[in-house]
Design a protein around this ligand. Structure first.
Ligand code: ATP
Ligand code: MG
Length: 172
């Protein structure tokens, strides 16, 4: 691949993580090697059971299956986010992957589990041909500025507004 781009999926509407996984699936189909790092997630989402069947789309989770408090995150939440970030750095340096997805990293930055300066530094060190995908609400404006492809999911309707709970296979 020639020059890899920086993608951002942000906004309040549904579809950010699934869009990133869709992109990863397409890349994997084209023979590219993909790794997804999930921040602030510890729950076994159904997509992981599907991805496990692919040999060039791997993933790791760095979070708890708990709600993280924006005002007062637990130390463990900070530690796990840092661990995910270190994992991203080391995978990037090893240049083994064609695409790396940092799922919910925008939220981890917004909640100050990871500093935006650190993320900018990481992006600046991106290997030329790596495709880097960042997801999550509240993308930092500086990240949006340096990214190449930015899509904002707009919430027009969501069943949640009608009190419908998250559904397995659709929302998790
Ligand atoms: P998905 O994982 O379905 O692609 P997402 O990544 O855009 O959604 P997040 O903001 O990461 O969504 O939210 C996490 C969870 O909340 C997911 O289970 C998602 O389906 C659900 N969700 C997404 N958008 C909304 C919304 N507008 N209202 C309520 N729940 C939502
Ligand atoms: Mg998401």
């Amino acid at each position: 691949m020639d020059k890899g781009f920086i993608h951002v999926y942000t906004g309040p509407g549904k579809g950010k993580t699934t869009a990133a996984i869709g992109l990863g699936l397409r890349a994997a189909g084209a023979g590219l090697k993909v790794h997804m790092i999930q921040f602030m997630k510890g729950r076994r989402y159904s997509e992981l059971d599907a991805l496990e069947k692919l040999n060039n789309f791997t993933f790791s989770q760095h979070g708890r299956d708990e709600f993280v408090s924006k005002e007062k995150p637990e130390q463990i939440d900070i530690d796990l986010a840092k661990e995910g970030f270190e994992c991203a750095k080391s995978l990037m340096n090893r240049k083994k992957y064609d695409m790396i997805i940092l799922d919910e990293i925008n939220v981890a930055v917004d909640f100050k589990l990871i500093s935006v300066e650190h993320l900018i530094k990481l992006i600046e060190k991106k290997p030329e041909n790596l495709e880097l995908v960042l997801t999550g609400r509240y993308a930092n404006s500086e990240i949006v500025r340096i990214a190449d492809v930015v899509t904002e999911m707009l919430e027009i309707k969501h069943p949640y507004q009608q009190g419908v709970e998250a559904r397995k296979g659709i929302d998790y």
